[in-house]
Design a protein around this ligand. Sequence first.
Ligand code: SAM
Length: 336
Amino acid sequence: MKDATTVTDGIPAQPGPSEPQTGPRGDGAEVIPGAGPVVGPGERATVRLRDGGPEEEPPRYAPEWLQLREVADAAARAQDLLDPLRIRQADLPAREGGAEGLVVHDLGCGTGSMGRWLAPRLDGPQHWVLHDRDPYLLHFAAVASPRAAADGSRVTVETRRGDVARLTPDALTGASLVTASALLDVLTREEIGTLATACVGAGCPALLTLTVAGRVELTPADPLDAEITEAFNAHQRRTGLLGPDAVTVACEAFSERGATVRVHPSPWRLGPESAQLTAQWLRGWVGAAVEQRPGLREPAERYLRERLAACEAGELNVVVHHSDLLALPRPAGGTS
Ligand SMILES: C[S@@+](CC[C@H](N)C(=O)[O-])C[C@H]1O[C@@H](n2cnc3c(N)ncnc32)[C@H](O)[C@@H]1O
């Protein structure tokens, strides 16, 4: 990992569209695999830091999109994976300098939604190390960091800017847990292998949530649903990213390295109360499908128009399937 940065214990503030946007921005018109919505003029879902090609700058995720999905993400994550995790943490001998309690590394933290969800669900003092390659998102994550654990213990955070695809076991020395949310599907097979090697090498459990499963259910159904799903999935797999294959690849990677792996469904269930998120998601989902298969443009325009109208009328329900994964390696230096 490179570029260790700020240490802070947070100021309670939510990032959002109303906050001043201090970072550089592009026009937001392009589709980035796995990044969520395609945007209309004046909106942005993902932006590039500069006008150069993808090899020059990785995609940048708009905080507005991450904020929009935070409630649905929180409702979707699998609570059932927390008990095995708590049992594992309770079984471990207290670490040296135990006053710090759990040390949690959140990879690809974005604006920090995973910490806001998980920290108040775990007991005891916690120190979160928030990793992302985007310094702008790290800033949002730091100022809106969680303050208290389930039992009221103190939660502190620090941010680390860098590429999580280069994580090493050394970078996780002393870590109690690695987390990620909506990250695995934008990694490659090799990058997931590196991540698994780092976690298993450090004997550190990993809770990797909200990886797309490549399946969606729209009610009422439309004959074009299946073709758009297929084209979207193909779009996600472009440039070697795993998209809907990520959970299978991650399960194999952790299992091959000796970890015990559990997977649990974590679907978004979007009804009339989630109309804004559903509409944004639809634009991105259909837009990516059309970018992948330009021949779909005309029917997809009709499809999107009707879907958005149904959404606005409160007549559309969508289930977007995801999976959460818990990997429990043998503790470093342990015998069990
Ligand atoms: C879909 S967003 C999810 C953000 C956050 N975890 C959430 O659930 O709201 C993916 C995040 O991973 C970060 N990211 C993607 N690939 C990365 C990499 N190789 N190294 C570091 N960060 C990465 C992006 O900058 C972005 O913040």
